[in-house]
Each structure stands twice: as structure tokens, then as C-alpha cells.
Design a protein around this ligand. Structure first.
Ligand code: PHB
Length: 357
């Protein structure tokens, strides 16, 4: 019999009960960057997932780009996350934290007036979410060559802090137009040093970060997320297939536990400019698919071998008992977009379960 979403799987050293992951989603409910008891309740409600990947957690103060997102670089943040990991583990779950640097998708208001940093001084179209509402993005400051080793060290430090906080591992966020993705794609990276220009140069920072993080906590505890066709945050690239085939080929040498691929745009559209299965073949290791999957497509992807796991975002946000609903072919709750970003328990921990919990 072929596998499906409910088949157990081994990922790194972990034996996961099923192949459904909760995808990382920003929820802006960590005032001052410190995870709360309410966040622990939210994640524990979803502990039946084979693997939870948390919302992005900034790796340094410079990495922040949104209000009330959690960090994973200070002891107070580690203490806050400990409530989350303890609760999830007590309920038999597995949980990775996503390591996040927003780069140019930020605003001087987060940096005492200083400019956000990026590979190149190229302003993205659009607006930043700030404490006082939406404000136009600014032209970021290009990181100096000599500053780059410090960024790598910040990822390494954050990974070490994640293990202290009790996480089973980390996912390196190299998707959706944030710092590592800004380095990868030539629409945002026009550097002339060893971190820009050729595909090999643009991939260098991600590979150095992945190498450092794997060295720090073990490659079996590391995933990497990419989004080859997502134009969100004003991203574009002249040859995404070659770029991401190279990324996958080089990541394969470092052997992180999985590659997590956002296969569609933010709006869920497919873009045939990139064949995701080529990327999968270059990587060779476990492949986690994400992007507008429902139960049927998820099962089909697992059964055909196109994916080893499938990550669900908005369906998991709105359905704490998503696995049980899939099992019973039950209808899903409608997501309430007004409560996605910020607020309290409403639209966060109060989505009903089938059994009335
Ligand atoms: C968002 O806040 O909309 C957001 C954050 C991180 C992502 C994607 C979207 O990777």
C-alpha cells in the first residue's frame, strides 16, 4: 500500500506520527518579542501535527521587521519559548522554530532610526507594518562585506538558543523575500563581491548559514525553506530554475533534514517557470511541500512520492484538529483574516474543534 498523509515518517532522528506539518505563520502576539502562555496554548492545540514549524523568530534585534514577533536570541525569549516546547512535547508533538531575518522588509522605526540592512541598497515596492501602521519601505543599507560573518554567527547563536529553549530543531527561513532570499535573487542582490553576481555567489550566504547552523546543532535538526516562484515582498529573479537547482544541489552536500518548498505565490498561484520536482531531485533528501494543498492533493503528493511531507498554513491556523478533520473528511472552519496579525485569543486559540473543544 502506498503512503499517505497519515503514514508515519522518520525525519532526521525524529519518528513523526504523520506527514502533516503545520507551516510557519506570523501571528504578532509576542509583545516585546517574548513568547507567551497564550502562544503555548495555540501551539499545543495543534500538537497532533507530525511537525510544527513556528512562526518566524528574529535572530537578532536587527532582524526584526514586524510588530510583536517573537525573538530567539535572548535568555528571556528562550524562557518564553520553553513554555511552548514543554507543552507541545507533553502532548507528544514535535516542534521546530523558524529562524528569521527580515532584511530590507523592515523600517527605521524598529532600529532607532537606522536603516534596515539588505544585500544591496534597493528599496522594495510596498509598505512596512510598523507600530504606528503601514509606512512606505525605505531604501535599505547594503551590508558591508566585513559584516557578513556576524550575520552567520547570529544564525548560529539563534540555533543554539533554540536548542536551549527545547526545540527539536530549526528551520532556516530563506523564503518569501526576507534576508536570505534577498541574497539569492538577482532582483534584490546586485553586489559585486563574493556574495553577489553569479548564482554561486548569491547562494553563498544561505549555504554558509546552513553550514554554521548544522555544525552548531546537527544537520538532522535543521530544515531550510525556499520559495522559488513567490514574488511577495517585490522579489524576482532572471533564472529561478537554475538558481534553485543550484541551491538544492549545494544544500544536499550539507544534508539538512529537509527542504521545505513554498511551491506557489503568496496568492496561491502556480508558476510554470520553475519545476519543483527538479529541485527535489537535486536535493535528494526529505522534501516538504507547501502551498494551497488540500487533503486530496496532499495525499496524492505523498502517494506518488512527489513529497515526503506536506505543510499546511491557513488550514492549520483555523483548524486546531486539522488531522482529525482530514481523518473524518469533516468540513474545515473558515479562517478569519481580520485576526491573522496581532490581537488576543480571538481568532487564535478559539477556533472550534469537531468535538466542541
Ligand atoms: C507575513 O507577515 O505576511 C509573512 C511573514 C513571513 C513570511 C511570509 C509572510 O514568510
Amino acid at each position: 500500500m502506498s503512503n499517505n498523509l497519515f503514514s508515519p515518517v522518520t525525519l532526521g532522528q525524529m519518528s513523526l506520527a504523520n506527514r502533516v506539518a503545520m507551516a510557519p505563520m506570523t501571528r504578532n502576539r509576542a509583545p516585546g518579542g517574548i513568547p507567551t502562555a497564550l502562544m503555548a496554548e495555540y501551539y499545543v492545540q495543534r500538537a497532533e501535527a507530525g511537525l510544527i514549524i513556528t512562526e518566524g523568530a528574529q535572530i537578532s534585534d536587527q532582524a526584526i521587521g514586524y510588530p510583536a514577533t517573537p525573538g530567539i536570541h535572548s535568555q528571556a525569549q528562550v524562557d518564553g519559548w520553553k513554555q511552548v516546547t514543554d507543552a507541545v512535547h507533553a502532548n507528544g508533538g514535535h516542534i521546530f522554530v523558524q529562524l528569521w531575518h527580515c532584511g530590507r522588509v523592515s523600517h527605521p522605526d524598529y532600529h532607532e532610526g537606522a536603516l534596515p540592512v539588505a544585500p544591496s541598497a534597493i528599496k522594495p515596492a510596498g509598505q512596512a507594518f510598523t507600530y504606528t501602521g503601514l509606512q512606505d519601505f525605505v531604501t535599505p543599507r547594503a551590508l558591508e562585506f566585513r559584516e557578513i560573518p556576524e550575520i552567520v554567527e547570529q544564525y548560529r547563536h539563534a540555533a543554539a538558543m533554540a536548542i536551549k529553549a527545547g526545540f527539536d530543531g530549526v528551520e532556516i527561513h530563506s523564503a518569501n523575500g526576507y534576508l536570505l532570499d534577498q541574497f539569492l535573487r538577482d532582483g534584490s542582490n546586485q553586489r559585486s563581491d563574493a556574495y553577489g553576481g553569479s548564482i554561486a555567489n548569491r547562494a553563498r550566504l544561505l549555504l554558509e548559514v546552513t553550514g554554521a547552523v548544522c555544525d552548531e546543532i546537527g544537520a538532522d535538526k535543521v530544515g531550510v525553506r525556499i520559495s522559488p516562484v513567490n514574488g511577495f515582498n517585490d522579489m524576482h529573479d532572471s533564472d529561478p530554475q537554475s538558481l534553485f537547482n543550484h541551491v538544492a544541489t549545494e544544500l544536499a552536500k550539507i544534508k539538512p533534514a529537509f527542504l521545505h518548498v513554498v511551491e506557489v505565490s503568496m496568492a496561491g498561484e502556480v508558476d510554470h517557470a520553475v519545476d519543483m520536482q527538479q529541485i527535489r531531485q537535486c536535493f535528494k533528501g526529505a522534501y516538504m511541500a507547501n502551498g494551497s494543498y488540500d487533503k486530496a492533493r496532499g495525499n496524492a503528493a505523498i502517494a506518488s512520492g512527489a513529497a515526503d511531507m506536506v505543510a499546511y498554513g491557513i488550514p492549520y491556523l483555523a483548524n486546531p484538529d486539522l488531522i482529525e478533520r482530514f481523518r473524518r473528511n469533516a468540513p474545515l472552519n473558515a479562517p478569519d483574516m481580520a485576526t491573522f496579525y496581532g490581537g488576543d485569543a480571538k481568532g487564535y486559540t478559539d477556533y472550534p474543534t469537531l468535538d466542541g473543544g
